[in-house]
Design a protein around this ligand. Sequence first.
Ligand code: ING
Length: 354
Amino acid sequence: MTERHESCLAEKTPRPRYAARRPAVEAAIASLAKKSRQEIRTSLMRIVTVAAAQMGPIQKADSREDVVRRMIALMDEAKAKGADLIVYPELALTTFFPRWYVEDRAEFDNWFEREMPGTATRPLFERAAQHRIAMNFGYAELTPDGHHFNTAVLTDKSGRIVGKYRKVHLPGHVEFESHRSHQHLEKRYFEPGDLGFNVWRELGGVIGMAICNDRRWPETYRVMGLQGVEMVLIGYNTPSVNAERSEEGLEKRLFHNRLSVQAGAYQNATWVVAVAKAGIEDGHALFGGSLIVDPNGEIVAEAKTEEDELLVHACDLDATVFGKTTIFNFAQHRRIEHYGLITSRTGAVPPPAK
Ligand code: ING
């Protein structure tokens, strides 16, 4: 080897920097050598053990404290089962009050939280910090400047709020509609979310949030998919009966629930955790069917009851890589020059009649 080549190699090998790090590197190799193949695999894999905490009914008469006690019991069970993250439903602190019509909206401000955490919810945040478990749950948010949102938060393992989402797709209507078997007045009590669909780096991956009706719209998942989302957390409260089509039975609605969540997961190569508030609330039925769906669109866990029920699954975030680098490699395959209508047109416009 010529002298010039040797000196060139010498320049390339950063000896002083490596020498300083050598002990740490050797210690890491030694500790890995002690682990079993499985332990190495798991420690190198990005596993997030998720607890989908489906909740049974919350009656109008139930207090926030009653509800928080149930949420803490589910969290204790989740911790005992090794969960890193617990996901609760939409509007997890109260009954689904948008089923009720009230003339003066201000009368319903008691269903809203003015601060988070507040007095009633602080014990939940404290328990989460004790357990070092991250959480996602939905609640009705009343902002200091008087705006009303259907909101969800994500906390890290220290109980700190690291992300907030405000429901974008509000189903239902604003005024009382007598033809309906029951009212669905989310457009009366909430404003459309103003934060968009974001993702956060948490738990070693990229986590996103949505709420209930959002799960039926492909745009919800795709906007997060375009930010590399690896797990989408979605709470929901869905009536068991279609207020405008009474013959649409429970099975059909559970089918649409699975279809929406599985499609969103598969088409964006992401995990989706969808968690219900279920059961009979003051005579009105909400369905359960909480789901954990993997990045290939497969259901890996599904609730069986309409009560408080915990589903726990170790989700490997690296299971998203195959889909994101092959069939749903967005950069390689999408043709955005043809997608313009998706953001330039709100309602469908059929071609002119012949
Ligand atoms: N609930 C329902 C949901 O999207 C609904 C509303 C039910 C819309 C069935 C369409 C069909 O799951 C909420 N809270 O959005």
